[in-house]
Design a binder for this molecule. Structure first.
Ligand code: 7TS
Length: 408
């Protein structure tokens, strides 16, 4: 991977922030966008913009082709099978809410179980809490090992024949670890449960093969993988999607409407009520082209190298605590500096042009499990370099010294 050539393609990276060259280490929150994605969205608005699936005019056909072409790209990118198994949504949050509201609420009842983990992002936790409350099902958690990983013995113990849904994140946005999704899926299926995967932090960084994983639903966001905000998707197995009721009603999703009764279109359209996110889908398609041209395996390896480098570099700092396992981690490092609040760490780093995230990362139960109220997190993507990690480490050293003097 030629990092300089890649960086050249991201206009936003070439600026100074607070008098220093920008070091963007917050891609787990949202990634930056390459010129090709920005241009694809602009080009769509400049040349092809119209509503989809209705007009007989030329722009309407071009817009429809662009939108449906993006769906095909997503399906191929994830090895999803058929394009109609891809439902465009606003992102991971909307996709997971769709499964929890439509599938889980109609399939779960008293005595049934929904199984998740304490490391879930709120987007993969609250929808299941609410579904459990609405249906009388029991919400159960696979416990975490001391380093934050989950063991397959615990998965075997937690999932039972009463379990209807298991929903787990592929990659933790705090611990940086990769969960054994294929194995958990097999255990879920053996017990007659369906497997839902939160792919928000995996899709941007590693090759995903949904047919090989055999998961039932998979959710992800475009904005974390070089695409625009406001677009993502839910993948579902056809047999399950065909059984599901829409959760939004209106234009685009109907077949026949009468005064008192209506029927729905086939999948995926029945889940895409209203004018869809056309320009967003076009941008997502361009992001997929961009990532595939570089190669997901290359990106994955580059990030693992950065994560290992960052883990080693940061762990040599005195008074730092790093969270999550040392091995098998993707491109992020979550940490705390002794006696310095993570918000103060992020503020000092920002003054040096370094963007990291501080807070609970939408994982309050996980913060409680870690026994902290918040952490700092540096997250990497294909455009980050080892030099930038050196700048992070130097800035953290200065932060420690600054606060050490302030306290002392
Ligand atoms: N699931 C995981 C694992 C995530 O990391 C996020 C966003 C979401 C779901 C929600 O994605 P959205 O696109 O629908 O918002 N995570 C983060 C983060 O770690 N910092 O900011 C957003």
């Amino acid at each position: 991977m030629n990092i300089n050539a890649i960086r050249e393609q991201f206009p936003i990276l070439h600026q100074e922030v607070n008098g220093h060259p920008l070091v963007y280490l917050d891609s787990a929150a949202s990634s930056q966008k390459p010129r090709s994605v920005i241009d694809a969205v602009n080009r769509y608005y400049e040349l092809d913009n119209a509503n989809v699936h209705r007009g007989v005019h030329t722009l309407g056909s071009r817009a429809t082709d662009a939108y449906e072409g993006a769906r095909e790209k997503v399906a191929k990118f994830l090895n999803a099978g058929a394009p109609e198994q891809i439902i465009f949504t606003r992102g991971t949050t909307t996709a997971l809410n769709l499964v929890a509201s439509s599938y889980a609420r109609s399939m779960c009842g008293e005595g049934d179980e929904i199984v998740i983990t304490p490391m879930e992002h709120h987007s993969n936790l609250i929808p299941w809490q609410q579904a459990a409350k609405a249906t009388g099902a029991t919400l159960k958690y696979i416990p975490l090992q001391p380093d934050g990983t989950i063991s397959l013995e615990d998965v075997e113990k937690t999932i039972t024949p009463q379990t209807k849904v298991v929903s787990v994140t592929y990659v933790s946005n705090v611990l940086g670890l990769i969960n054994p999704i294929k194995e958990i899926t097999q255990i879920a299926h053996r017990n007659g449960a369906i497997m839902v995967v939160d792919g928000a932090q995996s899709t941007p960084h590693m090759k995903i093969d949904l047919q090989d994983l055999d998961v039932d639903f998979y959710a992800f966001s475009g904005h974390k993988m070089c695409g625009p905000t406001g677009i993502g998707a839910l993948y579902g197995k056809k047999s399950l999607l065909n059984k599901m009721e829409p959760i939004e009603y209106g234009g685009e999703m109907i077949d026949f409407v009468d005064l008192y009764e209506s029927t729905w279109k086939e999948i995926p359209y029945r889940f895409e009520g209203g004018t869809p996110i056309i320009a967003g889908a076009v941008g997502l398609g361009a992001a997929i082209d961009f990532l595939q041209e570089i190669g997901l395996d290359e990106i994955d390896q580059h990030e693992r190298r950065l994560a290992t480098y960052a883990y080693e570099k940061l762990s040599s700092l005195e008074g730092i605590t790093l969270y999550g396992p040392k091995q098998n981690r993707v491109g992020l490092v979550t940490f705390n500096l002794e006696d310095v609040h993570p918000h103060d760490v992020a503020t000092v780093l920002d003054s040096k042009g370094i963007a990291i995230r501080a807070g609970h990362h939408c994982c309050q139960p996980l913060m409680r499990w870690l026994n902290v109220s918040a952490t700092a997190r540096a997250s990497f993507y294909l455009y980050n370099t080892e030099d930038e990690i050196d700048r992070l480490a130097d800035a953290l050293l200065q932060t420690k010294e600054f606060f050490g003097h302030a306290i002392g």
